[in-house]
Design a protein around this ligand. Structure first.
Ligand code: ARG
Length: 285
């Protein structure tokens, strides 16, 4: 009888099956980075930020993606929009269709105009505006043929319907319950078509059960991993770029045959973001 247990538990043999695929990302340099308002528990307006350090950390991330063979497009930052570096919140793009965000907080709403203009200027012909509150890939993650969509703090659960309708893929709605993990991408990361990693305590009991049923072999993050934004990660199927402080996740990823790459995004953490937040994936049609 063939022994499939090794593949399922992540023996070194897994590494032969991990496949990177070239991606296209949209990023925005943190030229006007600041924490001048607070819309999540990480944002402390009394703590000084170092914009030069934030820019240096961001540039290293951008250069890393390029070194890994991915294409990175850049948007121009807008003065007065300090969170604009978090492009993942601007839209969800699948099959060349763009669902523009409808931000929950007034402070970020003007980012949508910049995103709309960017997509128009860059040849995207199918651009839609979310009718309900929707914070883009912060809460909508493509996992193979399904979309995992968060709700609870930002994206409205009614928006899950418009996401499913536009992209024609089943949406699995997941409820977030811990305000520190206010976007789905702070609590869960897609590793490849059928594998994820997540932090169970960030989800309601029912959503935890859904995740257990769909992903019985998922990598589970510890409290320490989650608190350093370890789930705010970007995978190309083989390389997983994540905050370097997430040491337990880094070990687990390696054990399963992925190639984890830890980066320092400590300055960006002050705004409540890390790797994935800075990275919007553009999926062509
Ligand atoms: N300060 C931003 C906000 O609260 C951080 C966004 C982080 N982005 C993300 N995809 N999790 O909206």
């Amino acid at each position: 009888m063939p022994d499939i247990s090794k593949a399922r538990t992540g023996s070194p043999a897994d590494s032969r099956t991990r496949q990177a695929s070239a991606r296209h990302y949209l990023m925005c340099p943190p030229v006007y980075f600041d924490v001048s308002y607070s819309i999540n528990p990480w944002m402390d307006v009394t703590k000084p930020v170092d914009p030069a350090l934030a820019l240096a950390q961001w540039e290293r991330l951008r250069d890393l993606y390029r070194d890994l063979g991915h294409q990175v497009s850049e948007m121009t930052a807008v003065d007065g929009l300090p969170d604009m570096l978090f492009t993942a919140n601007g839209a969800t793009v699948v099959d060349g269709r763009v669902l523009l965000a409808n931000f929950r907080y007034e402070e970020r709403m003007p980012e949508s105009d910049a995103h709309r203009a960017w997509f128009r200027a860059n040849g995207f012909r199918h651009i839609y505006q979310a009718a309900w509150t929707n914070e883009g890939e912060g809460d909508c993650l493509l996992a193979g043929d399904r979309l995992l969509c968060g709700t609870g703090f930002r994206t409205d659960r009614y928006s899950h319907g418009e996401v499913q309708e536009l992209f024609g893929r089943p949406v699995i709605g997941l409820t977030l319950v811990d305000p520190r993990f206010y976007h789905l991408d702070t609590a869960l990361a897609i590793l490849d078509q059928d594998q994820i990693m997540y932090y169970p305590a960030a989800f309601s009991a029912g959503s935890r059960e859904v995740l257990r049923r769909l992903y019985p072999d998922a990598i589970l993050a510890t409290d320490a991993d989650a608190e350093v934004f370890g789930l705010n990660a970007v995978s190309d199927g083989q390389h997983v770029v994540l905050p370097q402080a997430a040491t337990h996740l880094i070990g687990e990823l390696r054990r399963r045959g992925y190639t984890p790459i830890g980066v320092d995004v400590s300055e960006l953490n002050k705004a409540g973001g890390a790797v994935k937040c800075c990275t919007l994936e553009l999926r062509a049609g």
